[in-house]
Design a protein around this ligand. Sequence first.
Ligand code: BEZ
Length: 232
Amino acid sequence: MEQNEQITAMPRIGDKAPEFKAVTTQGEINFPSDYKGKWVILFSHPADFTPVCTSEFMTFAKMEPEFNALNCQLVGLSVDGLYSHIAWLRTIKDKIEFKGMKNMEVTFPLIEDITMNVAKKYGMIQPGESSTKAVRAVFFIDPKGMIRAIIYYPLSLGRNFDELKRALIAMQTADTYSIATPADWRPGDDVIVPTAGSCGIAKERMESNDEMTCYDWFFCTKPLAIEKVLVK
Ligand code: BEZ
């Protein structure tokens, strides 16, 4: 490790989202207090005017209404400056056409973080990958300002936006219905009911033939209609 390389503890799932004030393409923000009562996807990208990032920003812009409809705001960050951000977003809108997306206007805030203050607080600088660029980090922060999920991708790998939306809906559904979601769950699929906490309940579950399906006493699922999951 370099002598001047600072070790910062990375925030973890279940931690309060670290606070910061920042300049963005939509004005100054106080994070996370400006977003109280809303979910936030706070994400970093390595650099403006790069191809993978451009494809991601166009996709975020296209999907922003879908995230907003789920009570979720998008906030982006890179260690570039404000004028670079503005120039890049203007170029995307005016010149880039990709996979049927064109004239894509990015209206969510993009943080300028030349000092790397925020990126370091959130463990977005991972020197093994790059010490001058943020990796592709995604933090899901809930309406109480708690970190609920974190996904990291390397510089060369564009994010899967279906998965970001699926993860958000799954966490919101788990909160609303006190259930969990199995592998590859999608809205409309069966959900997992909490594991039996007593021998009596385990027995009851195995013997009852109500709406639950039990593969064994500890693994029971039940239907949850898509209308109940996607209702807003
Ligand atoms: C890109 O967004 O294309 C990119 C950025 C940094 C390193 C590699 C790729």
